[in-house]
Design a protein around this ligand. Structure first.
Ligand code: MG
Length: 203
């Protein structure tokens, strides 16, 4: 099972990090060990002093595909949830400055907490999915899937040009604006279509 993450897919977030606008979907990957087991807290790692949350919609791939055409891409995913793409922003900044890969900043253990998947066909507004995260009871991120620079179909098509997608693979589709730091003692609660999906503590 693979975890694929799209970077820079919401205009306001690209601007808040002062990044360049992508001309096609850009992606990186996390290993399966990045999944945070359900019910477990996120343990603040000792290698970073600046862990950021990024709240994202996450697609689940439902069949194997390679070089998928954009117009057929919707047949290859069937479920969606919310998750956090935890990022060691201090390490990522160092990697960017040196032109190094991002893995130490993105792929570490427990860096991909994920909710339970829901069938996209069961959503109330599949064409504009709202989602968000409350940090210690306060909204810090609220997004709309319609604000994505690249939509789900384009993302699936682009990734599958390079990497064969298999049933069960997950694709984080990018974060809207409002990313920020977590601290020991924080409580994160994630929502999709205003429904609570899951929550966990930072310890
Ligand atoms: Mg992200």
């Amino acid at each position: 099972m693979k975890i694929i993450c799209i970077g820079r897919n919401y205009l306001a977030h690209v601007k808040e990090l002062d990044n360049a606008l992508p001309t096609e979907p850009m992606f990186f990957m996390k290993p399966e060990t990045a999944l945070l087991p359900a019910g477990k807290p996120f343990l603040y790692p000792d290698f970073s002093k600046e862990i950021h949350y990024e709240t994202e919609l996450v697609l689940r791939i439902c069949k194997t595909g390679k070089a998928i055409e954009e117009r057929e891409a919707s047949e290859y995913y069937d479920a969606i949830t919310v998750g956090i793409d935890f990022t060691a922003r201090d390490l990522q900044s160092q990697c960017k400055a040196k032109g190094h890969p991002w893995e130490i900043a993105k792929a570490f253990d427990d860096s991909a907490p994920l909710g339970e998947f829901k069938k996209i066909s069961a959503l109330r507004h599949p064409d504009d999915i709202t989602f968000g995260m409350k940090l210690n009871g306060e909204w810090v991120q609220q997004g709309h899937s319609r604000d994505m620079i690249f939509g789900f179909d384009r993302i699936v098509s682009q990734v599958s040009r390079f990497v064969t997608l298999n049933e069960g693979d997950c694709i984080f589709t990018g974060t809207p604006q409002g990313v920020g730091e977590v601290h020991v003692g924080d409580r994160l609660e994630l929502f999709m279509e205003d429904d609570f999906v899951f929550g966990f503590d930072v310890r």
